[in-house]
Design a protein. Structure first.
Lengths: 76, 311
């Protein structure tokens, strides 16, 4: 399981909750009119949230994948 | 059971002549393929490729000239080709930036399931191994013919991604991708995940009997997926382009050729100490890529025995 880091740029997020609706794994909550990835460990990297987001506020990056490949690559 | 035919255009240039260069050999491959029997004039032909990552860090995707050769051939047969990929309109724009546009390839690009991945058709999987229902992108579901033009490379979740994964993950919706990725939690060697891929492949091709042609682009065989925002040097030298109606035979032949190849000096193949004959992606990723091939075979999607026919 690769594991993903989900980041929401709060200056871009308008709290429309499209990501909350789209996410099959319930990663997001809407807190104070902003999307917050409260359940990051559930993210499998399907990118449904990124596709739906109208303001391009979400990025996801693989996380644990680096731990497995340290025999090939330096850690970032 | 008779062996399945896998056509093979070798990347190696045997003579100093354009006829021996891969774009021309690819044309020969297409002429020798059953596409002429699959496409009737007026057919809408979906060509599924991976157009690259969203952040422009990866660069080892299929070179547009090969897509152009394929598009031209489909047009010659009277088909109406378009290229397609998942992740909505933003990803299609990435594809245009990466060189897959009308000027270069001669076809338009469409998102497989609409601008925000909402145009999906639910399909029940026959004899499911892991996933019983798949959401198929409407652009592929309603196309008359599907040409599955995949880039063969490594993948962290399945060891390897080629023709099977190109369709399973690339022609389906977010709920399907998520359901299959969730299977990664089931075991360490990627068995459940790859059996999920076989289920999804089955569902996508279900309404297209004898209307799906699979092509593996076995150049730039990099360690990880085209969706990653990075590329590394390939683990094996360029092999060529393989194609078959039988996706099982095609994937088996591709993996066998990659495994029998020497490693590229300086690649992570060398760092892993790989030798010709090793199951290379299994050693790199810890996931045995033959599982997806065997799973597709068990589902009746093809034959593990093949004849490699050079064009």
């Amino acid at each position: 399981m690769a594991g993903y880091k989900v980041y929401v740029d709060t200056s871009k997020c308008i709290g429309c909750a499209q990501c909350y609706v789209a996410c099959p794994n319930k990663v997001f909550a809407i807190i104070n009119k902003k999307a917050v990835p409260v359940n990051q460990d559930a993210c499998v990297g399907c990118r449904a949230c990124i596709v739906k987001c109208s303001t391009n506020a979400i990025t996801i990056t693989p996380r644990d994948v680096y731990a497995f490949y340290t025999r090939f690559y330096k850690r970032t | 059971m008779a062996k399945s035919k896998v056509l093979f255009a070798k990347a190696q240039l045997e003579r100093i002549d354009k006829a021996y260069s891969l774009p021309y050999k690819f044309m020969n491959l297409l002429e020798a393929s059953p596409l002429k029997n699959m496409i009737t004039p007026g057919n809408i032909v979906a060509i599924k490729i991976h157009v690259g990552d969203m952040e422009h860090g990866g660069y080892r995707t299929i070179r547009p000239i090969f897509v152009r050769v394929l598009v031209d051939y489909v047009k010659k047969l009277g088909g109406i080709p378009f290229i397609t990929d998942t992740w909505g309109l933003r990803h299609i724009i990435v594809g245009l930036e990466n060189g897959y546009n009308y000027e270069t390839i001669g076809a338009i690009a469409l998102p497989v399931s609409g601008i925000k991945e909402t145009d999906l058709v639910k399909v029940r999987v026959p004899n499911p191994l892991r996933v019983s229902e798949i959401e198929v992108g409407s652009a592929v579901y309603y196309a008359d013919v599907l040409i599955n033009f995949a880039h063969s490379k490594g993948h962290p979740s399945s060891g390897y991604g080629g023709a099977i994964k190109n369709v399973s993950m690339g022609c389906t919706g977010p709920n399907t991708r998520s359901a299959i990725h969730n299977l990664e939690r089931e075991d360490q060697i990627g068995r459940a995940f790859q059996e999920g891929l076989a289920d999804a492949f089955h569902a996508v091709i279900l309404n297209k009997p004898n209307k799906v042609y699979n092509i593996n682009y076995v150049l730039d065989v990099q360690p990880t997926c085209d969706c990653a925002p990075w590329s590394d040097i390939p683990i094996v030298p360029d092999i060529g382009i393989l194609a078959s109606e039988d996706v099982v035979a095609l994937e088996k032949a591709t993996l066998d050729l990659i495994n029998n190849a020497p490693v590229v000096p300086g690649s992570i193949g060398e760092k892993a100490g790989l030798k010709p004959g090793d199951n290379k992606f299994f050693i790199i990723h810890g996931k045995d890529p033959y599982i997806q091939v065997e799973a597709a075979h068990r589902k009746g999607l093809g034959n593990m025995e093949y004849d490699l026919v050079e064009v």
